[in-house]
Design a protein around this ligand. Structure first.
Ligand code: NAD
Ligand code: IPM
Ligand code: MN
Length: 370
């Protein structure tokens, strides 16, 4: 890269810092072997920030995120924060980043590597060759709708969350899905519950209108109810190319799609904002999984989702396609060689920990660079 780009690193909690340590090694490797030099900044987020500042992200770190060329995020959360008020909980740090950076389009690809056909709970023939993209709306819907919270409802205690979408919010995420589909297999499934929800009816109408009037007639558009979509993802996931859906349904459906790939530890994501006049987007890259308290601190976590998120960053934010391919190929080759973390372990394979997986991926990168 001609000029150094700023990369803000936010490892977070639980397995976040563990998988992040493997990314640091690949960042160093890229500097040494590929002359890709980032200006690295690091910050606290989630419980790690709460422990020091009693909030899930500070204004300074938020500003660093807004100023960075890309943000790389590990995971946040943990049972020790279960009783912290919502606005200071670890998850609030991530939600603030998404909202203030206006990262409305969350790309969650589910790609099945041949080497992991045996790791999924689904039959090999159902998932072989699967390559689907879930585009999840990320800055609105029930995650952010007002009013929310406790209410006195005629003397009865009641609690409210609000699902709300503006036309512009639906249009901009649907446009991202159509544009992505055009570079893939030109098919979009728009997913909601128009059979029961007002916002579902509105979502379907808005997507249909944009499809017709926005120059997207070359894209095949289908509509599907979210409950059916969950079932179809288990039954026949290969029917999908791009799925576009709201914030909450996208959260659920992407965890479900993850199991086709063998493990939540395999699923990366990119959260993108609107393109500026130079085509640059604010962006945050993170694995789909959380802080996994059940395996944290034991060198058990699969770092693949984190490293694949880094590869997405190289590709989407910096146009470093060859280097992104290299990271992805290194991971695939390691899996092919039978080296596995516990979550994707299969008979005849060799089990390694988080660091061991990092060792194997770096050795493979060395081979690929020649
Ligand atoms: P989780 O994703 O942390 O874990 C779900 C299951 O998947 C666990 O059994 C875990 O061991 C396993 N798993 C997840 N990542 C793995 C990996 N890389 N390698 C191997 N196994 C892996 O979800 P959860 O248990 O529901 O949530 C735990 C905490 O994480 C909560 O506080 C939650 O709010 C938070 N969370 C954060 C994010 C995020 O930071 N983006 C995402 C999801 C959940
Ligand atoms: C995710 C997580 C987050 C979400 C939480 C941690 C706020 O589950 O990124 O999938 O619900 O969006
Ligand atoms: Mn989730």
């Amino acid at each position: 890269m001609a000029t150094n780009k700023t990369l803000l690193m936010l490892p977070g909690d639980g397995i976040g810092p563990e998988v992040f340590n493997q990314v640091r090694r690949v960042v160093d490797w890229m500097a040494k072997n590929r002359s890709i030099n980032f200006d690295l900044k690091e910050g606290l987020v989630g419980g790690a920030c709460y422990d020091v500042h009693k909030q899930a992200i500070t204004d300074e770190t938020m500003q660093d995120a807004l100023d960075a060329d890309a943000v790389l995020f590990g995971a946040v959360g943990g049972p020790q924060y279960d009783n912290v008020e919502r606005h200071a909980r670890p998850e609030a740090g991530l939600l603030r980043l998404r909202k203030e950076m206006d990262l409305f389009a969350n790309l969650r690809p589910a790609v099945v590597f041949d080497a992991l056909l045996d790791a999924s709970t689904l039959k090999p023939e159902v998932i072989q060759g699967l390559d689907l993209m879930i585009v999840r709306e990320l800055t609105s819907g029930v995650y952010f709708g007002e009013p929310r919270g406790m209410q006195d409802y005629n003397g009865v205690e009641r609690c409210i969350d609000t699902q709300a979408y503006t036309k512009a919010e639906v249009e901009r995420v649907a446009a991202v899905a159509f544009d992505l589909a055009r570079k893939r297999n030109s098919r979009v499934h728009s997913v909601e519950k128009a059979n029961v929800m007002e916002t579902g009816i509105f979502w379907r109408k808005t997507v249909t209108e944009l499809h017709a009037s926005g120059g997207y007639q070359d894209i095949e558009l289908a509509h599907m109810y979210a409950d059916n979509c969950a079932m179809q993802l288990m039954k026949n996931p290969k029917q999908f190319d791009v799925i576009v859906t709201d914030n909450l349904f996208g959260d659920l459906l992407s965890d479900a799609a993850a199991m086709s790939t063998g493990s939540l530890g395999m699923l990366p994501s990119a959260s993108l904002g609107a393109a500026d006049e130079n085509g640059q987007r604010k962006a945050l890259y993170e694995p789909v999984h959380g802080s996994a308290p059940d395996i944290a601190g034991q060198d058990l976590a699969n770092p693949s989702a984190m490293l694949l998120s880094f590869a997405m960053m190289l590709r989407y934010s910096f146009g470093l396609l060859k280097d992104a391919d290299m990271v992805e190929n290194a991971i695939q080759n390691v899996l092919k060689s039978g080296i596995r973390t516990g979550d994707i372990m299969a008979p005849g394979c060799t089990q390694v920990g988080t660091t061991g997986m990092g060792d194997a991926i770096l050795a493979e990168l060395d081979k690929l660079v020649g």
